[in-house]
Write a protein of this length. Structure first.
Length: 103
């Protein structure tokens, strides 16, 4: 079970985008990197194609390491470490180690 999942709200803790918040778009298990909306944007030069796509300089998001982000807790609205617990109905759930609330 992953501590960070798609559609989680996260905050960047290190790097040029430190302090920014965004939503996780995808997670790469092989490289332990996540793609976060609006974070780690770079400019790429795109060539014009025949399908009416214009060329030029475009901004795209690049993956960022999992070690450089923290999940924002929905209850306390702060970046928090994530733990796992077994609920009363025998299901495994993630919880915030700061406020002990289930995420």
């Amino acid at each position: 079970m992953l501590k960070i999942r798609k559609n989680d709200l996260v905050q960047v803790t290190k790097g040029k985008d430190k302090g920014k918040k965004g939503k996780v778009l995808s997670y790469n298990l092989e490289t332990n990197r996540v793609l976060v909306e609006g974070i780690n944007t770079v400019k790429k030069h795109k060539r014009q194609t025949r399908q009416d796509q214009k060329g030029g300089i475009v901004s795209i998001e690049m993956p960022i390491s999992v070690a450089n982000i923290m999940v924002l807790c929905k209850n306390c609205n702060l970046p928090a470490r994530i733990g796992f617990t077994v609920l009363a109905d025998k299901t495994k759930a993630r919880f915030c180690k700061r406020c002990k609330g289930v995420i």
